[in-house]
Design a protein around this ligand. Structure first.
Ligand SMILES: [Zn+2]
Ligand SMILES: [Zn+2]
Length: 466
C-alpha cells in the first residue's frame, strides 16, 4: 500500500474515491458471463475454419497505425492515444484496431513463408480517444478474423459467413443486416476520387468543417459523414459503380454469388466506405436493423495493399472485426441470459479448529470431483454460516462440529427443504455427487492434455525477444 495514503488518512485529509476514467469500464463478473460465451463461440467457429489465435501488443510504434490505418482517418487524427518515451523520444500508440498490428506481425515473423493463406483470429482490448457514448468506450474489446495471402473472392465470402455464424450462435443474427459494397482497386478508385472532387468543388459552403478538410485529404470519407447537410450532398454524389474496372466488378460479383450459394442475405449499399484507409474491393458491415447505420455491430473488408504499405511483400488480405460491448448490448436487448458457470453447489460449515481441518479435506475432495464448494473459513456461528450458504445459493451444506468429527460423521443439509441427515464423513462426497446433476460438475484435467514431446525447444521462435 502506498505510504502517502496512510499518512493522509491519519492526518484526517479526506481521500478522493477513485473511479475509472471517463469512457473506460470494469468488466465485472456478471459481464464476464457474456464475454465468456462470446469468446467461446469465436474460438469454436474460428477453429472449425482453420484459424489460429494471435495477440499483438497493446502498444506499437505510432507509425504502424499512421501508415496502416491512414493519416487522415478519424482514428489516427482524433482518436489515437499516443505518447513518446522520455528517453529517445520514440512515438508509441495504444492500438486502436487489430489489423495494422497483425500485418506488422505477419511481416516481422516472416509468415509469408508459411502455407498461404494464413488465417488468424484475435480477442483483444483496443483503445480510442473517442467521444464516449452508449456502447462506445475508450477501452473496448474486439474479436476479429484476418486472412492473409489469398485474393480469391471465396475468402471474402467465408469471412462474412464466419462473422454471421458467430452472430447467429450468439442469438443476434436476426437483428442484423449485412451491408456490402466494393471500393475497387487503387486504379478504379483514383478515377472515382477525381469524380468526387469535381462534384464537391463549389459545394464547400454546404459541407461541415471536417468534410472541407477531407475533400483535400480523403474525399471518400465525405460519403459517410453523419452531418445532415453532408449526407444530403452524399446522396447525389457520383456512384462508384460507374467507375469500377472489370476485375473489380468481377470480384464483387463473385463475392455476392458465393454469398448466395451459402444462403447469406445481404444488402448492396453503395455509400459504405468504412472509416479506415486500408480497405479496397470488398467492404461490409453488420448493422443493427433497429438503429441503422449509426450502429454497426462489426465489419471488415479487403486490404490488399496494407502488407506492402507496411514494408512487406505484396500480399492480398481480408478481415473482419466486431466490438464485444456492442454484441453484449444486443444480447441483453434480446433478453438472452449468458450461462453463468460460477454457481456454488456445496457450502462446508464448521465449528472449531479440528472440524476446520476435516472441512478443508472435504473441500479438497469435493473440488477434485468437480463440485464447486465454498467454506471452512471464519469463526461465525452455525446460523451465520448457514445464512451465508443460502446467500451463495448453495443447494447443500455439509456441517462439521466437534462432536461429529470425533464420531467420524458429518451433517448433510438440504438447504431448500431444511432437512438434514447424519452420514459418515467418508461417504459425504459420494452423497453430494449423487444429489447434484452431472452438468454442474466442473471437471477439467489438463494433465491429460499436456504431453512431453522431444520436438519442443526451450523457446519457441515466435517468443524470442531481442
Ligand atoms: Zn479496380
Ligand atoms: Zn461532413
Amino acid at each position: 500500500m502506498d505510504k502517502s495514503v496512510g499518512k493522509a488518512q491519519k492526518s484526517g485529509v479526506k481521500l478522493e474515491k477513485f473511479q475509472t476514467p471517463r469512457g473506460v469500464h470494469d468488466v465485472l463478473p456478471d459481464d464476464h458471463a457474456y464475454f465468456t460465451i462470446i469468446k467461446k463461440v469465436v474460438r469454436h467457429r474460428a477453429r472449425q475454419a482453420g484459424y489460429r489465435r494471435i495477440s499483438t501488443p497493446v502498444i506499437e510504434y505510432k507509425d504502424v497505425f499512421v501508415r496502416g490505418v491512414g493519416e487522415s482517418t478519424d482514428i489516427v487524427e482524433k482518436e489515437l492515444y499516443s505518447f513518446s518515451t522520455k528517453e529517445g523520444g520514440d512515438e508509441y500508440a495504444l492500438k486502436p484496431e487489430g489489423t495494422a498490428g497483425i500485418v506488422r506481425a505477419y511481416i516481422q515473423h516472416g509468415m509469408g513463408s508459411l502455407p498461404q493463406p494464413v488465417e488468424l483470429y484475435y480477442i483483444e482490448p483496443h483503445f480510442r480517444h473517442d467521444r464516449p457514448q452508449k456502447g462506445r468506450y475508450r477501452q473496448f474489446f474486439q474479436f476479429g478474423f484476418e486472412v492473409l495471402g489469398e485474393s480469391d473472392p471465396g475468402v471474402d465470402a467465408q469471412i462474412i459467413q464466419l462473422a454471421h455464424l458467430v452472430y447467429s450462435d450468439l442469438g443476434i443474427a436476426d437483428r442484423l443486416s449485412l451491408q456490402i459494397s466494393t471500393l475497387g482497386c487503387s486504379e478504379c478508385r483514383e478515377k472515382f476520387i477525381n469524380d468526387l472532387r469535381d462534384y464537391y468543388i463549389g459545394k464547400e459552403r454546404n459541407l461541415c468543417e471536417d468534410c472541407v478538410r477531407r475533400l483535400q485529404t480523403n474525399p471518400l470519407r465525405l460519403l459517410d459523414c453523419k452531418e445532415e447537410d453532408c449526407k444530403i450532398l452524399a446522396e447525389n454524389a457520383p456512384k462508384f459503380k460507374s467507375e469500377i474496372c472489370d476485375e473489380c466488378k468481377d470480384h464483387h460479383q463473385k463475392v455476392l454469388e458465393l454469398l448466395d450459394a451459402i444462403d447469406i442475405e445481404y444488402i448492396e449499399n453503395d455509400s459504405l466506405v468504412r472509416g479506415l484507409d486500408y480497405y479496397n474491393r470488398t467492404v461490409f458491415e453488420f448493422w443493427d436493423k433497429a438503429s441503422g447505420g449509426s450502429s454497426s455491430v462489426g465489419g471488415g473488408g479487403r486490404y490488399d495493399g496494407l502488407v506492402e504499405q507496411l514494408g512487406g511483400a505484396a500480399t492480398p488480405a481480408c478481415g473482419f472485426a466486431a466490438g464485444m460491448e456492442r454484441v453484449v448490448a444486443l444480447m441483453r436487448e434480446e433478453k438472452l441470459m449468458a450461462p453463468d458457470k460460477d454457481h456454488i453447489d456445496v457450502f462446508v460449515a464448521q465449528l472449531g479448529f479440528e472440524p476446520k481441518k476435516v472441512a478443508l479435506q472435504l473441500l479438497t475432495a469435493l473440488r477434485s470431483e468437480g463440485v464447486h464448494a465454498l467454506g471452512a473459513v471464519g469463526k461465525a456461528s452455525m446460523k451465520a454460516q448457514l445464512s451465508k450458504a443460502d446467500k451463495f445459493g448453495a443447494p447443500f451444506a455439509l456441517i462439521l462440529g466437534e462432536v461429529e468429527v470425533r464420531e467420524g460423521k458429518v451433517i448433510l443439509r438440504d438447504m431448500k427443504s431444511g432437512t438434514q441427515e447424519v452420514i459418515p464423513i467418508g461417504k459425504a462426497v459420494a452423497q453430494i455427487l449423487k444429489r447434484i446433476s452431472k452438468d454442474r460438475l466442473d471437471t477439467y484435467d489438463p494433465t491429460k492434455e499436456l504431453k512431453k514431446d522431444n520436438s519442443v525447444k526451450p523457446e519457441d521462435e515466435l517468443l524470442i525477444r531481442d
